[in-house]
Design a protein around this ligand. Structure first.
Ligand SMILES: [Mn+2]
Length: 476
C-alpha cells in the first residue's frame, strides 16, 4: 500500500514537472540572465571559523588568506594549495558504477531545460555557484563535460557547442574572478576511442583525437588556462597478439609533439601535463607510472611536458603517492597534482576525497620541498562522492574535509621543514660522502680505494626509520 502511494505521488510530481515546464518559462542560464536557479540556495558560504566551530559548513584549518612561511618563502594558504574543483566529478558525477545505474539527481540535471545546450548552461552555472560558495579559485574540465557532441557526431555542431560553452565560461570567470587550472579533451568515452585515441590503429580516429586536442587547446587558451592535461585512459592495449606497441607509442608521441607545436603557434605558454595510470580502463596503459612517463618523454624529446600525479593512480601502480611525487620532483617533472585516494579494500580507481592528515603531510612535504607550484599547477580534486552519497550537501562536506586535511598537511609540513626536523637525520646518513665527488672516478679508482681500506666494512649505521617516523608523528 505504502509503496503504491509513493508511486502515485511520484508520478503526480512528474506530471506536475512536465506541466510546469510546458506552462512556465524554462529558466535561462546565460551569463547575462538573472533567471538562472540558485542551485545551492540552502547552503551557506563556507568560511574559515577555526577549530572550535561546530558548523559543518565551515573550514577549521583552511584559512585562504592566512600567510604560511616555508623557509624564506611566505605565501597565503590559497597560493600554496591552489585548490581546483573538477567539473567531471563534482558537476557531472552521477554515481554510476560497472554494476549499477546513476544514483544522483542533481538539481542542475533535473531543472527544466529546452535542449542539451540549455542543460549544459545550467551545469556551467552550477559549477561557478559551487566555486563561489566553497571559496575555491580554480576549476578544471574536459571538453565533453562542458559541451555536448553534435547530433550524430556532426563536427561543425560539436565545435559550435564547445565555443558557446567556452564563451559562457569566460563570462562567468570574468564576473567571479575564478580561473582555469587546466583543460583537457575527453579521448576515452566515445566508442570511437575503444582502441585508443593517439594510439588507435584507425587513422580517422587518430585525426578525430587531434581535432579534439586542438579545439580543447583553443578553449584552454581562451579561458586563460594554466595547463593542458593528457590522461590516456585508452592509450594502451588488451593483448600484444594484435598490437604493434612501437607504432602506437610513436603515434602518441607525434600527437603530443603536434599539440606542443600548436601551442607555440597560438602563443599559449602553459604547461603540458601527462597523467600516468597503470591500467583501467585499458589492461596495460602506456603511461604506467611516473617512471614510464618520464622515460617516454625523454625518448621522444618532449621537453615541454611535465607530469600530473594522481594519488589513486599512484597507488594502483603499486607506489605511494609521495613516491610518485618525489620521483617527479627529483626529475623536475612535477607539474600538478590530482588529489584523491583509493580504497585499500578495493583494487579500483575509486577517486575518494583525501582526508588523512599523515598522508596529506607526506604529500605537502614533497610539494613544499620544491617550493610549491611555482610554474602553475595546483591541487585538483579529481575526487567523487561515493555512490551512496546523493545530497548536494555531500558535495560540500567532501570538499571541506579534504581542503581542511590539505591545509593541516601544509602547516605540518611547513613546520617540519622550518624546524629542520628530519634534515639532520637525513644529512647525517650521507655525511660520509661529504666533500667527496664520484665525478670522473673510474671503477678501477673506486676499487683501489676499497682495497686501501684493507678490511671490508662489517656493518653500517642504523637508518633510524622509527626515529624518523616518531619525529614526523610529533607534527601530525
Ligand atoms: Mn585524474
Amino acid at each position: 500500500m505504502a509503496r503504491l502511494a509513493i508511486r502515485s505521488f511520484a508520478s503526480g510530481v512528474a506530471l506536475l514537472v512536465l506541466f510546469g515546464s510546458a506552462l512556465f518559462h524554462v529558466a535561462s542560464c546565460d551569463a547575462s540572465s538573472s533567471e538562472c536557479p540558485d542551485f545551492f540556495a540552502d547552503i551557506p558560504y563556507v568560511r574559515f571559523e577555526g577549530n572550535q566551530t561546530s558548523n559543518l559548513f565551515a573550514f577549521r584549518h583552511y584559512d585562504a588568506d592566512e600567510v604560511v612561511c616555508v623557509r624564506d618563502t611566505c605565501r597565503k594558504q590559497r597560493e600554496w594549495l591552489r585548490f581546483s574543483v573538477a567539473f567531471w566529478h563534482t558537476i557531472r558525477g552521477e554515481g554510476r558504477d560497472p554494476f549499477g545505474e546513476p544514483t544522483k539527481q542533481w538539481p542542475w540535471e533535473t531543472a527544466p531545460a529546452s535542449d542539451k545546450m540549455e542543460r549544459a548552461k545550467l551545469r556551467m552555472n552550477a559549477m561557478f555557484q559551487f566555486l563561489d560558495k566553497l571559496g575555491v579559485d580554480w576549476w578544471c574540465f574536459h571538453d565533453r563535460d562542458i559541451a555536448p557532441e553534435g547530433e550524430g557526431g556532426d563536427l561543425k555542431e560539436t565545435e559550435r557547442n564547445l565555443l558557446a560553452m567556452v564563451g559562457l565560461a569566460k563570462e562567468l570567470q570574468q564576473a567571479s574572478g575564478k580561473k582555469l587550472l587546466w583543460a583537457t579533451a575527453n579521448l576515452f568515452s566515445s566508442p570511437r576511442y575503444m582502441n585508443g585515441a593517439g594510439t588507435s590503429p584507425d587513422k580517422a580516429v587518430f585525426l578525430s583525437a587531434a581535432l579534439q586536442v586542438k579545439q580543447a587547446l583553443d578553449a584552454g587558451k581562451e579561458l586563460g588556462g594554466e595547463g593542458y592535461v593528457f590522461w590516456g585512459g585508452r592509450e594502451g592495449y588488451a593483448t600484444l597478439l594484435n598490437t604493434d606497441m612501437g607504432v602506437e607509442l610513436d603515434h602518441l608521441a607525434a600527437l603530443f609533439r603536434a599539440a606542443s607545436g600548436y601551442a607555440d603557434k597560438i602563443g599559449w605558454r602553459g604547461q603540458f601535463l601527462i597523467e600516468p595510470k597503470p591500467r583501467e580502463p585499458s589492461a596495460n596503459q602506456y603511461d604506467y607510472d611516473v617512471s614510464a612517463a618520464a622515460s617516454f618523454l625523454r625518448q621522444h624529446n618532449l621537453q615541454r611536458f611535465k607530469i600530473n600525479v594522481e594519488c589513486n593512480h599512484a597507488t594502483l601502480s603499486g607506489h605511494s603517492c609521495a613516491h610518485e611525487l618525489e620521483l617527479a620532483r627529483t626529475q623536475d617533472l612535477l607539474g600538478s597534482i590530482d588529489i584523491n585516494r583509493g580504497d585499500p579494500q578495493s583494487g579500483w580507481d575509486t577517486d575518494e576525497f583525501l582526508m588523512d592528515l599523515p598522508e596529506a603531510t607526506r604529500l605537502m612535504l614533497v610539494l613544499l620541498e620544491q617550493g610549491g607550484f611555482e610554474r602553475g599547477g595546483g591541487l585538483n580534486f579529481d575526487a567523487k562522492l561515493r555512490r551512496e552519497s546523493t545530497n548536494v550537501e555531500d558535495l560540500f562536506y567532501a570538499h571541506i574535509a579534504s581542503m581542511d586535511a590539505m591545509a593541516r598537511g601544509l602547516k605540518a609540513a611547513a613546520a617540519i621543514l622550518n624546524d629542520g626536523a628530519l634534515k639532520d637525520l637525513k644529512t647525517r646518513r650521507y655525511r660520509s660522502f661529504e666533500g667527496y665527488s664520484l665525478e670522473g672516478r673510474s671503477l678501477a679508482d673506486l676499487a683501489a680505494e676499497a682495497m686501501a681500506m684493507e678490511v671490508a666494512p662489517s656493518h653500517t649505521e642504523s637508518a633510524s626509520q622509527e626515529k624518523a617516523e616518531l619525529l614526523f608523528s610529533t607534527y601530525v
